[in-house]
Design a binder for this molecule. Structure first.
Ligand code: BTN
Length: 256
């Protein structure tokens, strides 16, 4: 294990780099269950994960040493439980804005928190909250980004990477540091109660917003337009006949 420090930031100031972990989210969770205190903003980065986890019980594939796989500890105790989607939005915007700066204006967030470049997936975020009473005690923010990998296993759906965008290798630590700085800036806005600004930034960067597209729900394909997101993070889609709210399990985006 190697211990590094960034200057200036609270996010990533305490950086732990592991050669290997099952999942950095699991590693951080275990660290929190030990008696030794873990500093806010601690980042656990692994060169390789052998049991990386994605959303909805999916696996997260990442070629060893080529990409960013890390977890960040936040303590948004100021955020009421029902409002945790604001954390998702703040983190997503932080990652998107860092990647836009490093790569291209075409980086967007696909609801709820996939990172997309055009119609391809550049990365994903898995936030796991540890709740105490009606507040979030710890938030484990796991982030996986394809950076220098260009060959992906066939089971990974429509991936892309920073290298495929820029046609050159990118320094992982430099990119991590930029992402930490951007997440911190948006997290501080969240803490300062600038919820409208966060919501607006999320919508401004939302994949397929206000576009007529194809979706599927309960095995039925339909045409609809994303018109917004509810306070609690449901996707609002307008069809010819109605406006409906969906959770993550209820809707699929169809790239036709
Ligand atoms: C998704 O798009 O499904 C979310 C992917 C999240 C992957 C990251 S990699 C670092 C952290 N550790 C994990 O096991 N998962 C997250």
């Amino acid at each position: 294990m190697q211990n590094n420090t960034f200057t200036r930031l609270f996010v990533g100031q305490n950086l732990v780099v592991l050669k290997e972990a099952d999942s950095t989210n699991n590693y951080l969770k275990e660290l929190l269950s030990n008696t030794k205190p873990v500093a806010d903003g601690t980042v656990i980065m692994a060169e390789s994960q052998y049991a990386g986890r994605g959303q909805q019980q999916n696996k997260w594939h990442s070629a060893p040493g080529m990409n960013l796989t890390f977890s960040l500890l936040l303590r948004p105790s100021f955020l009421p439980l029902g409002q945790q989607f604001y954390l998702t939005q703040a983190v997503s915007i932080g990652v998107v804005s860092a990647l836009r700066q490093a790569t291209s204006e075409n980086v967007q967030v696909k609801w709820p928190n996939d990172i997309y470049f055009g119609d391809k997936k550049l990365g994903g975020i898995l936030i796991e909250n540890i709740v105490q009473g009606s507040n979030i005690k710890h938030s484990i923010v796991g982030i996986g980004l394809n950076v220098n990998q260009t060959d992906f296993p066939p089971e990974v759906p429509n991936p892309t990477s920073v290298k495929q965008i820029l046609h050159s290798d990118h320094d992982l630590h430099q990119l991590l540091s930029q992402i930490c700085a951007h997440i911190e800036a948006w997290y501080l806005k969240l803490k300062a109660g600038k919820w409208d600004e966060i919501r607006q930034a999320y919508l401004n960067n939302l994949y397929w917003l206000n576009q007529e597209r194809e979706f599927s729900s309960d095995g039925v394909d339909f045409t609809g337009t994303i018109t917004g997101i509810t306070e609690h993070g449901f996707l609002v889609v307008r069809t010819e006949s109605e406006e409906k709210e969906f959770n993550l399990k209820q809707i699929q985006f169809l790239n036709k």
